[in-house]
Design a protein around this ligand. Sequence first.
Ligand code: AMP
Ligand code: ZN
Length: 486
Amino acid sequence: MALTLYNTLGRKLEPFESLVQGRVGFYGCGPTVYNYAHIGNLRAYTTHDILTRTLRRLGYEVTHVMNITDVGHLSGDNDDGDDKMVKSAEERGRGILEIADFYTRAFFNDTERLNILRPTVVCKATDHVAEMIDLIRRIEAGGYTYAAGGNLYFDVEKFPSYGDLALLRQDELKAGARVGMDTNKRNPQDFVLWFTKSKFENQALVWDSPWGRGYPGWHIECSAMSMKYLGEQFDIHAGGIDHIPIHHTNEIAQSEAATGKHPWVRYWVHNEFLVLDRGKMSKSSGSFLTLQSLIDAGYDPLDYRYFLLGGHYRSQLQFSWESLETARYARRSLGERIQALALKAGPKPSGPAAGSPGGGPGKPVAPEKTGPYLAAFDRALGDDLSTPRALAELWGLIRDPALEPGEALLGALNMDQVLGLGLAAMAEGREGDDPELVREIEALIAERAEAKKLKDYGKADSIRTGLKERGIVLEDGPGGTRWRRA
Ligand code: AMP
Ligand code: ZN
């Protein structure tokens, strides 16, 4: 299995090769913890999860680093607007660190419910101010900074390749908008490395620094923390497409200015946005959907994961309740099929099984039968993480009548190491329904089909009615009869 990734730097698909054989350093920008993550943010972290799991499937040892922004992030990425943490703390009448702690927990609660694996390293900005100061010193020593109005700025004119990631042109940049711009800036794209004077006189979190008592600009944290944990050059950096023109552009400029090494990061991976039918979802506007709001509406978090995987990460994805409902239906069918395979495959022997993440039926995967599906699955993921095609291979596998149930199940569990749809739990009946009940319902469905064949409609109807009284609804369709809870 080989991996091709679309690299925003250069705007083309490239074969992935790691800097160090067998290892990958991956940094994904984490949340600003001033509010709950919205479901669009969770699309970004699901993309990071698929990437990490795919790399691990390829055999790489992946160090996945995620920052937690708890200081310095203004609502405008270009140093304008309100301070997100300060504003949230004021509105809620709490301390900043208390707010940060609360929303960090809420964030990991969401990611866990979405089966998103914990990053190898989770690092808070406020724990790394010393590293940020060291890095700013190096940038300053290289002559890339100027002080104005009490703050220290990065001078983009000193960095000729500024804007390469976003395909920004230097001559256009100079002519850029100045409306509402910080008047200390020489160029609109210059950005703050360290604030000592800001419009937020009530800034609660401040540190001593060579430039005075103050706090870091937002972008510097990602450069400082990624380099601390992954080295001065590393393999992959990811985030949403909104980060291309400012945040990631500035990260590159300050990192390469500090180290003199190019490229700082080899592959830049950006996910497209999740949008609502009525437009953009934004955390700071207050109008957004959380994972909890989907759960409150009766959905399983993994229905949402399934919905996300149905779109390619580089395509814009429109959220609607109808499409979430479709995802729920598909995932439920998947669960029924997986449970049926598990029941047909018989009781599982003790001990972990090859190809099964949580331990499962213990027959080894028969490569000659499931192999083509697994190979196509790997090709799909290897082709810039095509989860829609990977899902199609899963469906093909579990529907293939030529496969023994045990083989199909093991193949599916193997695929789920990347998809993370909780198939092992479904197979064991831990999720949803008790396998005994499923077995009984399936037997009744078969009995009803037989009765209908013999034109014994009285019996067929009484089976349907009996199940209905127990809250089980039967639906007849072209593929046979399916059941669901009323
Ligand atoms: P934030 O907490 O605002 O820094 O955003 C966290 C992550 O979510 C970043 O990688 C953003 O680029 C990403 N993001 C923000 N909004 C969306 C959206 N609507 N769809 C997908 N990703 C998003
Ligand atoms: Zn970042």
